[in-house]
Design a protein around this ligand. Structure first.
Ligand code: GLC
Length: 734
């Protein structure tokens, strides 16, 4: 019997006796009821969608915002269209799809991770999610949490560093912020898509324990903390099987072990068969990038031919429907064109950028610069136009637009990657922060002129920059473009030289010991120029701490040469992003470090980095004392942090565990804000999985019995307190 139930304004056809109340609160019941009411055609329609920008205007859904993708719903059953936008740094507008549309640009993922502050992640997520919904999107393709395994990785700027606990915690908060707007967020790219070279043909070969203790743990923590309604599977193969049809990843790990109830969407152009729907994939997105319509006409054929059972279709549709109910997408229709308070949103971006700046070096207390500074010369980095941002699908056209924008893909096939400058220019920010100083600018191309200007000024500030983008990895970790020589010349001409790095990755600094003050500002986003100036002037006490290791050279890396780097393609420049089309042979990617990513590798090998994971100076200083460790049950660590300097500020004490013969691992941190002289006790409770080994045979986490060294540190190489404790053997479900 069919009847229409009107429930809290929600009217939908019911073909079942599920109670209205139950359906309102029980997403599974609602999904089953709607599924039963859907025709086969309506079901199939939910399982695939195009990248609108690749459709002729006449083929696009009328009234649907043009973004990264969409999937048509079923209006008669109140099943909404899914209208999708990128990405983690704001509502992207790749190649000006929505002519002139701008959005608030958050600082890069590495900047966000440098804050070590989940509240900043949540606030930023809530802000960009609000802009997405206001612009007509109810799916935001955020949550990139691939680990930074190689500092040449083109998308590392989007991601959240090298440690699974830090990355997973930050991405979980970001996702919960985005979904607070009643939109669907993703977590991506599942899994081990840790470099761009070879991303759609290479196979990552890694034993299960290493995966579980690193990349997979970051996803597991992010899913537990953020509850993303969707997971985006990655382009690459894992163990020889494409991630988007990999039963180990999508059925065994994600659903059987982690109990994940959301849906899995493909990356754009990452689907290779209709049978993928029986291996855990639920939706083909960006279908016009795939070789075939695997989840539309070919799926109907596979059903008819018995190669795909109907239950696989019903399971996929049910998961997608459930996601629209759990997030509120189904019950809160889009109303595009809502007003956006870009001023308020810019303030969110400013706060994030300020907290993400890392003071790497400050010899002789050069910083903060005194207000009495009468002449400041700013050199390089297009500092007069804006701040640099990373290229690719996450690229946000900032409020105020780009002041400079140009093609940047190193290969002929990568036409959609752009290098852009926007947001508040550092030059303007510095002029506002030092109103009584004469602040001049040179682009730095004429090195002798830059050195002469530096000599004539009281202070010289060099903006060093390095572009990074999706679809391409950097060739090396040098700043490049003659910037090292520029910095050498300027610092030789003026002992009060400050280098501000706008980079998307760790970089080499051959001039490090000749420059008294160095800031890592990353890609600082909409209000980046102001954030840089506020730290330089002392209006903000820097509190960023590195989420990645800065190596002294590529020779220290597990892979001194990036895997696949020599795999040149038809046009000799394009990296293997389009490997299949460009005839590249599949190759294997092996990461010798296994789960010892980043600082863990440096610890295991006894290597001294240029700047260690966790490093970050302040304009004040902090002391740790009274360490107490108890190992009964869960490992608990308590200690006192005291601000022994003259400025208020937050600190980020890090707690690591060192097991006999094993690399150290971060098990927790705190971010107390302390006035001068103030002290506070902080406590950390360790997640046992972080200090456990994963036993793939028994599929259990194993905390081995024995002595564990606990370290309270300012960074991975600067330990302040140590204590040993005994832990008894413990095993946990995967
Ligand atoms: C891209 C990216 C993914 C993005 C998607 C849609 O290739 O890998 O992060 O969300 O396609 O643009």
């Amino acid at each position: 019997m069919r009847k229409t139930i009107s429930l809290a304004g929600i009217a939908f056809l019911s073909a079942t006796t599920v109670s209205a109340q139950e359906r309102a609160t029980n997403p599974d019941a609602r999904a089953n009821a709607t599924l039963r009411a859907m025709s086969q055609e309506e079901k199939i329609r939910m399982l695939h969608g195009p990248m609108p920008s690749m459709l002729p205007p006449g083929k696009r859904l009328p009234g649907v915002a043009i973004g990264a993708g969409y999937v048509e719903g079923t209006q008669r059953l109140r099943v909404p269209n899914l209208v999708m936008t990128d990405a983690s740094l704001g509502v992207s507008n790749l190649n000006d799809l929505r002519p002139g549309d701008v959005a608030t640009a958050l600082p890069s993922g590495l900047s966000l991770a440098s804050t070590w502050n989940p509240d900043i992640a949540r606030q930023g997520g809530a802000m960009i999610g609000g802009e997405a919904r206001a612009k007509g999107f109810n799916v935001m393709l955020v949550g990139g949490v691939n680990l930074v395994r190689d500092p040449r990785g083109g998308r590392n700027f989007e991601y959240l560093g090298e440690d699974p606990l830090l990355a997973g915690t930050m991405v979980g908060s970001q996702i919960s912020g985005v979904q607070s707007n009643r939109i669907i967020a993703t977590i991506k790219h599942f899994a081990l898509n840790d470099q761009e070279t070879g991303r759609n043909i290479a196979s990552v070969e890694m034993d299960e324990a290493a995966m579980r203790e690193s990349d997979l743990l970051a996803f597991q923590i992010g899913i537990e903390k953020g509850d993303p309604a969707s997971v985006m599977c990655a382009y690459n193969r894992v163990g020889g099987v494409f991630a988007c049809e990999n039963p180990f990843l999508l059925n065994d790990v994600l659903r059987r072990d982690w109990g994940y109830k959301g849906f899995v969407m493909s990356d754009w152009g990452a689907v290779h068969s209709s049978e993928a729907i029986t291996k855990g994939l639920d939706q083909q997105n960006g279908e016009n990038l795939d070789a075939k319509p695997y989840f539309s006409t070919l799926l109907v054929e596979a059903l008819a031919g018995g190669r795909v059972p109907q239950v696989a279709v019903d399971t996929a549709v049910r998961r997608i429907l459930r996601a629209t109910y759990t997030t509120g997408v189904a019950d809160h229709p889009l109303a595009p064109g809502q007003a956006i308070d870009y001023e308020a949103n810019g303030a969110v971006a400013l706060k994030a950028a300020e907290e993400g700046i890392v003071l790497l070096r400050n010899e002789g207390g050069v910083l903060p610069l005194a207000q009495t500074a009468r002449s400041i010369v700013v050199i390089g980095g297009t500092a007069d136009l804006g701040v640099l941002s990373g290229g690719g699908s996450s690229h946000v056209r900032p409020v105020g637009g780009f002041k400079k924008l140009g093609r940047a893909g190193r290969g002929a096939a990568i036409t959609w990657v752009k290098r852009g400058y926007g947001g508040t220019p550092p030059l303007d920010g510095i002029r506002r922060a030092f109103p009584s100083a004469a602040v001049t600018y040179l682009d730095g191309k004429d090195v002798p002129a830059a050195a002469a200007a530096a000599k004539a000024a009281q202070v010289a500030i060099v903006i060093g920059e390095k572009f990074a983008s999706e679809a391409d990895d950097n060739v090396d970790i040098s700043l490049g473009q003659g910037q090292d020589a520029l910095i050498e010349a300027v610092s030789a001409a003026n002992p009060k030289t400050v280098v501000v790095l706008q980079v998307g990755n760790p970089v080499a600094m051959p001039w490090r010991d000749k420059v008294p003050a160095i800031l890592a500002a990353w890609y600082p986003g909409q209000r980046g120029g102001d954030a840089i100036a506020h730290v330089l002037s002392g209006k903000v006490n820097p509190s960023g701490h590195l989420p990645v290791t800065f190596p002294a050279s590529e020779a220290q890396l597990p892979n001194p040469k990036l895997p696949g780097a020599d795999a040149q393609l038809a046009d000799k420049e394009t990296r293997a992003v389009y490997g299949l089309a460009a005839g590249l042979k599949p190759f294997n990617i092996v990461y010798p470090e296994g789960s010892d990513v980043g600082y863990r590798w440096f610890d295991r090998k006894g290597l001294k980095p240029l700047f260690p994971f966790g490093h970050g100076l302040s304009y004040t200083s902090f002391r740790y004392s009274d360490l107490k460790v108890t190992g009964k049950g869960k490992l608990k660590v308590r200690f006192t942090v005291t601000n022994v300097g003259a400025m208020p500020g937050p600190d980020v004490p890090q707690v690591c565990v060192v097991r006999p013969g094993k690399a150290k691992r971060l098990i927790g941190w705190a971010k107390p804000m302390l006035a001068p002289g103030a002290a506070r006790e902080v406590s950390i409770v360790a997640d046992p999985r972080v200090l456990a080994d994963f036993d793939a045979k028994t599929r259990r986490w194993v905390v081995r019995a024995g002595t564990y060294r606990i370290e309270v540190s300012h960074s991975a190489t600067e330990t302040a307190l140590k204590a040993d404790t005994q832990l008894s053997r413990q095993t946990l479900a995967p």
